[in-house]
Design a protein around this ligand. Structure first.
Ligand code: FAD
Ligand code: MLT
Ligand code: ZN
Length: 454
């Protein structure tokens, strides 16, 4: 590394935006779970796309890796340094243009948080189709980079579906992208689609042109209790069929609910204990309660029901599901395995995982919850050392045997790269490497993420 790299970076972004001391870099060098951490050469905070381009160019010339970082809420270790890279924080890129009312689109800087984006869209009579519990910190750049999913995928799809265009800085410091908002443009390769989900390994996202969705004016949430997991998953199918305005279908289990209530001091939603819970949300222009209530009445084997229509009551029901992440984290850094299963394999997988984990990590606790409507279950395991690979190996092999995905929505990061070969062929991994080598031949952008070492 040239000795003057930090001085050169400071000339680009200003002294105040090159952080090197442990106190100010601390929040950037450890991930949200506390499982992944590493030293950074510096945390650099450019304020414009041009500054991002210059920072990347300087680092490339110096042969120093760049870790793009947004809200640092990623859950696979891809947002924090591993060995002396420059962390490029995009949080100062907070451009948020007026909503285009004719197209229902908006251009947002990489550092705009999801909460701010949604507030902005709503103020203009629209809404944004992706929502997730880290909304106050997760950024547009991070959500594009991870193709974030969240609770409305069954209605609006993941981030990729909202993407009209992306502006990004490539590894050589060149700026590419289109923010012109053309809904139809088949001119060449889809760079926005390629950058989406690339986890900072192909380019640094600086802004995105996003498609908005009509706002949900009337919303109702039900929490359904079941004493049998198969009954709960059958209900998921029936609700998908019978409620055309479903906006979320989530799953959690009794031990997770107990943990959430104990950790956050919440009262349990029902007097009795049950095997599984399905949270369903319906949203429409006119009151969806009759259609959702009718569909719930037709379900067999519902042990208990809670209904919420006003915002506060809805938030209270959502809290039981959304607070799982925080409650689990309070037990110590978890191993978080975000997987998807074919519908027919989901119940058997959920039942089999705890016993399989017990064989390789006796005494570890397994917490299962997720987006039931998408076949996406979050397997969280606590009581295992951060670097213990046996739990990940066992669970991801179970997923691969059942023809599932080892990353439903969080990405591969560093947490799962060693298991990519379970679900991607040699030819596919070679194609990934060819793309990476073409766009980032010196391996400057997020080294060590997504692709296993050669
Ligand atoms: P970061 O954590 O900063 O980075 C994530 C990855 O993107 C890293 O690889 C990083 O290098 C890269 N990156 C970040 N910004 C850029 C950029 N501008 N250009 C290029 N690469 C970049 N995820 C879901 O999909 N669904 C959920 O329901 C969900 N719920 C969550 C709930 C909680 C409580 C928490 C803590 C996390 C949750 N997540 C969820 C994970 C996380 O919020 C998402 O992955 C989110 O997209 C990360 O955004 P971020 O700005 O925090 O990115
Ligand atoms: C969720 O669905 O709650 C998130 O993806 C976060 C998590 O997996 O903990
Ligand atoms: Zn999730």
């Amino acid at each position: 590394m040239p000795p003057d790299l930090l001085a050169r970076l400071a000339r680009i972004v200003g002294d105040a935006h090159v952080l090197t001391d442990a106190d100010t870099t601390a929040g950037h060098t450890v991930d949200w779970t506390g499982r992944f951490r590493g030293p950074a050469l510096a945390v650099v905070r450019p304020g414009t796309t041009a500054e991002v381009a210059q920072v990347v160019r300087e680092c490339a010339q110096a042969g120093v890796g760049v870790v793009p970082q947004g809200g640092n809420t990623g859950l696979v270790g891809g947002s924090v340094p591993r060995g002396g890279e420059v962390v490029c924080s995009l949080r100062r890129l907070t451009r948020l243009d007026a909503v285009d009312l004719r197209t229902g689109q908006v251009t947002a800087g990489a550092g705009v948080t999801l909460a701010r984006l949604r507030e902005h869209a709503r103020a203009a009579g629209w809404d944004y189709g992706v929502d997730l519990a880290a909304r106050d910190s997760a950024t547009v750049g991070g959500m594009v980079a991870t193709n974030a999913g969240g609770v409305h995928v069954l209605r609006h799809g993941p981030t990729r579906r909202q993407l009209v265009g992306v502006e990004a800085v490539l590894a050589d410091g060149s700026v590419v992208g289109r923010l012109d908002g053309l809904e139809k443009d088949n001119t060449g390769y889809d760079l926005a689609g390629l950058l989406c989900g690339s986890e900072g390994t192909l380019g640094v996202v600086t802004a995105a042109r996003l498609r908005l969705v009509p706002p949900a004016r009337e919303v109702v949430v039900v929490l359904l209790a079941f004493d049998d997991l198969d009954d709960a998953l059958d209900a998921v199918g029936h609700l998908r069929r019978d409620v055309d305005c479903l906006s979320a279908l989530e799953l959690f289990l009794q031990d997770g609910l107990d943990l959430v209530c104990a950790q956050l001091g919440l009262r349990a939603p029902f007097t009795g204990a049950h095997r599984a819970y399905v949270l369903a949300e319906a949203a429409a222009a006119s009151d969806p309660t009759p259609v959702l209530a009718g569909a719930v009445d037709a379900l067999a084997a519902v042990a208990d029901v809670a209904v919420a229509t006003d915002p506060e009551a809805r938030r209270a029901l959502w809290r039981y599901r959304e607070a799982h992440t925080e409650a689990v984290n309070r037990l110590g850094p978890p191993h978080k395995l975000d997987v998807a299963l074919p519908a027919g394999a989901l119940a058997e997988f959920v039942t089999a995982v705890p016993a399989a984990v017990e064989t390789v990590a006796p005494g570890a606790r397994v917490w299962l919850f997720g987006h039931a409507g998408d076949g996406n279950v979050h397997v969280n395991v606590t009581g295992v050392a951060p670097d213990d690979a046996r739990v990940t190996d066992t669970v991801l092999r179970m997923v691969a045997q059942r023809r599932g995905s080892i990353s439903a929505e969080h990405g591969i990061g560093v947490a799962k790269r060693a298991w990519l070969h379970l679900v991607r062929s040699e030819a596919e991994i070679a194609a990934y490497r060819a793309v990476k080598d073409a766009l980032d031949p010196r391996g400057i952008l997020n080294p060590g993420v997504l692709l296993p070492p050669r």
